[in-house]
Each structure stands twice: as structure tokens, then as C-alpha cells.
Design a protein around this ligand. Structure first.
Ligand code: SF4
Length: 488
């Protein structure tokens, strides 16, 4: 597919809209004032006359053509963003006509739709005005307006109470027992990475101590701790204990309100590990089946059984975990609407405090992307609709939401929570409102200067690189001090 831009440079926005209709496709971009191809193309033109601007798109897709245009008064539409938005809507309407698809998020292509709603709330817009913007300007469906608004409302009280001196600590454990076929995270299998783990932990503890010193000097307060990866419980109980004790001895833990360890894969969970993480202060864990259909688990290479999930969940309750998250993914190969619905129903009957509904995203790095693309055609809409209805009926509210590129059905990932169990860390990272100091390979520190944006400090990606270049990387931590120099 060729995207031909004429009199404009809205490549990023228009390609975003194109991908809603034709995901996982490579586009060629050219600048030209006429169409010189018979192949599929989009021609997007912006043409100024004296007081007017003519915007139009011509689309050719699968042998069919469509043309949409609008004439605007320049004085009434002075901003570039107005014209980008008009052209995006024209493209959306043309592609809807050609494909019969109406993506429910309209022309919102960014990954954080709720951030936009939070900004409008802070500008004083009321519910009707926000719905009007979402539906008229961005062509959002009523159900997506509802979910975005409701998520923003759940977040408001948490965002309002945010202390500017607070921060979260993210601890990355980039190891997994085996690799799931849909995964694009940087994570090493235990087979290849096991021998690195002792030195990895030793270095990471040094990084934790160094980070703690900086935060003490700056007078920052630790608010939440989050162990992610990878699969943190790939480590042995003793290794997890070593890292958690290091955190406890390095930071003032009296201000910590939430402590999460992603246990993730049920095949890594043992009583020993759960007791260790609980004794060391963890208040929230994730146990993620992704599906309770054995055929699906096999197809995605997760190499754990449905029974292992149930056993781990029961064990976690027995040990006393009061906040458990379970993840599912809609759109996985071998799944059907019925089996996805059965997964959701069975999980809800366990009454987890948090429930995260992901939609499959076909990422380039994932093994799944190297073969059959028919998974893109799965009826994920019905799956997600069922989960939404069940969760609302069972008293859950959406509390964070994000989208990724190439999501099946152009949907989203939504974190649901029972009232009072919203994960603070998930909201902070999604809305980019609190500094996250990250340790470990592949972790990136996000220094938030609200509302001006954020600065990132990257660690080396792979465990071996992280170990080898550790001193160089620790040098970069100075950027944290520099960032806060004139802000506290
Ligand atoms: S458990 Fe998570 S991080 Fe590990 S391979 Fe599977 S999807 Fe990737």
C-alpha cells in the first residue's frame, strides 16, 4: 500500500489510521501531487487557496475506490492539528466505506486514550463536552467513550492524591522458563540465562543501593514497588529474598503503599517462593493463565497446565495474598468466543481483585508473527464485549487502559479492579504522572516533569550487556540528580 502525501506532512497520523484498517502491513510513503500507480494507495491532499483549504483523500483498496473531501475556512481552522484531524476523519470514512469496518476507537491512534480525557477533565470540560469531543472529533463509538470516561473517573481520586516527591521502583527480572509465542519482551529463557543469574542479582542489588542513595539525598519518597519482567518467579525463593531484602535495607519502606510481584507463569510458582515474597512485603501478585483452554496454552507455547494455574491461585490465597491479578488475552490462536468466555467466567468465579483483559498484539518480534496471520481475523470484539459485560456486572471498574500497535480488532488492554484495589503503579506508568526509577537489564527510568513531559534513562537491554557494562550504566544514574536539581 502506498501513502501519497500532497501539500502536507501528516504521514504519522494518516499511517496510524491506515493501520486501524490494514494492520501488520508495510506502507510506502511518497510526496507527489498526482497519483501514478494502479496498485492500492491513499492519496491525501491539502491545498490552500486564498482563505480556504481543501482537504481530500482518494483511496484505492482491493480494486475499489473512494473519494472524500472537505473545504474549510482557514481563519476558523488555524491550527495544523485541526487539519490533521479532518484529513484523518476523511481517511477513516473512506476506508470504512471500502472495508465495511468501523474501528471503535475512531481516529484515536495513540496508545493512551485516557490521558486525553484526563487532560480535558483538568481543563474543566464536563462529561457531555468530553463525550462530544470523543464522538464527533475522534469518531469514537459510544461504548469506547463510556470505557475511557469511566477509567478516567476511577483514576481521578488517585491522581489527585499524588505526592510530587513520590516515586515508584521498578525491578526487572528478564528471565522466563520458556518463551511464549506471542511475546516480544526482552526475556531470556532459563536454559540460556540461568548461569548469569547470580551475577545479575549481585549487580542489580548494587544498582538498588545506588538508586536508594540518590533518592535519600533528593528527599524522594518510595510509593510503590513493582517486580516485572520476564517472570520474576523464575528466580529461586532465596534469590527473590535476596533482592527484596536489599530493597528493604536500602529504602525507607514506611511510605510504601503497594508492592507487586508479577508471579506470571503458574509453572514457576511454588509455596516457598510465595511465602518468601509475602514475608518480604509484597502486597499484590499476578498469576496469569492467559487462557484456561489447554489447546490455546499449547498453541502459544506456555508450557503450563490449567491445573497448575488453579493450584497456584489457591496456594496464594492460602498463604494470605489479599490482592491477586489474573491476565487473559483475547484473540489467541486456537481460541474461540465460547472458550474465551468460559475462561473469563471461570476466572471471575475465583473473584480476583484485579482482572486484566489484553487483546493480542501482533508484534514483529513475536514468534507468532512469523507464521500464519489468520489470528488477525479472530472475533475478538465478541470476546472483549463478553468480558466487559461480565466484569461490570460483577462490580469491577476499568482503572487503566492502553493500546498497542497492530492489536487484533483495534481494541485495547484494560485493567479492571474491584473498588479500592486499583493498582497505583499501573495507573502511574500508563498516565506518565509519577517518576519510575527502574533497575535491571532492559529497564528504563522515567523521570516525570508534570505536565511538561518526561525524560528517560535507559539501562542496557540484555543481562550479559548489563553485567559487562554495569559501571558505565551506573554513571547514567547521575541524570536523576541532574533532572531534580532545579525541581525540588
Ligand atoms: S511469560 Fe511473559 S515475558 Fe515470559 S515469555 Fe511469556 S509472555 Fe514473554
Amino acid at each position: 500500500m502506498t501513502l501519497i502525501l500532497s501539500g502536507n506532512d501528516y504521514k504519522y497520523e494518516l499511517e496510524g489510521v491506515l493501520k486501524l484498517f490494514i494492520p501488520a502491513t508495510q506502507f510506502t510513503h511518497i510526496s507527489a501531487d498526482k497519483i501514478e500507480t494502479e496498485d492500492d494507495h491513499v492519496f491525501a491532499r491539502q491545498k490552500f487557496t486564498k482563505n480556504k483549504v481543501l482537504l481530500y483523500v482518494i483511496c484505492k483498496y482491493n480494486g475499489k475506490k473512494c473519494h472524500k473531501a472537505v473545504l474549510l475556512d482557514v481563519a476558523e481552522n488555524p491550527d495544523k492539528t485541526d487539519k490533521e484531524l479532518y484529513l484523518s476523519r476523511l481517511l477513516y470514512e473512506a476506508l470504512s466505506e471500502l472495508t465495511g469496518i468501523k474501528p471503535k476507537w475512531g481516529v484515536i491512534t495513540g496508545i493512551r486514550p485516557v490521558k486525553r480525557v484526563n487532560t480535558w477533565l483538568s481543563e474543566g470540560l464536563d462529561k457531555n463536552e468530553i463525550y462530544e469531543r470523543l464522538s464527533k472529533d475522534y469518531l469514537c463509538s459510544k461504548e469506547k467513550c463510556d470505557i475511557a470516561y469511566s477509567t478516567a473517573m476511577t483514576q481521578q481520586k488517585i491522581l489527585d492524591a499524588l505526592d510530587k516527591r513520590s516515586f515508584s521502583l521498578y525491578v526487572n527480572i528478564p528471565f522466563c522458563p520458556t518463551r511464549c509465542s506471542y511475546c516480544s519482551f526482552i526475556s531470556q529463557t532459563l536454559d540460556s540465562g540461568r548461569k548469569l543469574i547470580p551475577e545479575y542479582i549481585e549487580k542489580m542489588c548494587r544498582e538498588i543501593r545506588q538508586t536508594a542513595l540518590i533518592t535519600k539525598d533528593l528527599g524522594l519518597k518510595l510509593d510503590t514497588v513493582y517486580f516485572g519482567g520476564g517472570t520474576p518467579t523464575s528466580l529461586e525463593a532465596e534469590q527473590l529474598g535476596t533482592i527484596m531484602k536489599c530493597i528493604e535495607h536500602s529504602f525507607d519502606m514506611s511510605t510504601v503503599r503497594e508492592y507487586t510481584v508479577e508471579a506470571g507463569r503458574p509453572d514457576t510458582i511454588t509455596e516457598d517462593k510465595l511465602r518468601t515474597i509475602k514475608e518480604n512485603g509484597c502486597t499484590r501478585i499476578s498469576i496469569n493463565p492467559q487462557s484456561l483452554n489447554p489447546k490455546v496454552l499449547e498453541a502459544i507455547g506456555r508450557s503450563h497446565s490449567v491445573e497448575q494455574f488453579y493450584e497456584s491461585y489457591e496456594l496464594a490465597r492460602k498463604i494470605g495474598f489479599k490482592c491477586i491479578n489474573t491476565d487473559v488475552i483475547a484473540g489467541l490462536p486456537e481460541d474461540t468466543v465460547e472458550s474465551f468466555q468460559a475462561t473469563v467466567d471461570k476466572l471471575i468465579s475465583l473473584s480476583p481483585e484485579n482482572f486484566t483483559v489484553h487483546t493480542l498484539s501482533i508484534k514483529r518480534a513475536a514468534l507468532l508473527n512469523q507464521g500464519d496471520k489468520t489470528v488477525l481475523k479472530n472475533p475478538t470484539d465478541d470476546m472483549v464485549d463478553h468480558a466487559t459485560e461480565r466484569l461490570i456486572n460483577d462490580g469491577y471498574s476499568p482503572y487503566y487502559l492502553y493500546r498497542q500497535k497492530n492489536m487484533v480488532g483495534n481494541l485495547e488492554n484494560i485493567g479492571w479492579a474491584k473498588p479500592g484495589y486499583e493498582s497505583l503503579y499501573n495507573i502511574y506508568i500508563m498516565e506518565e504522572v509519577q517518576t519510575i526509577l527502574a533497575v535491571g537489564a532492559g529497564a528504563s527510568t522515567k523521570l516525570v516533569d508534570h505536565p511538561n513531559g518526561l525524560e528517560r534513562v535507559f539501562n542496557y537491554k540484555f543481562p550479559l550487556e548489563y553485567i559487562k557494562h554495569f559501571d558505565l550504566m551506573i554513571e547514567r544514574k547521575k541524570q536523576i540528580r541532574d533532572f531534580y536539581a532545579d525541581k525540588l
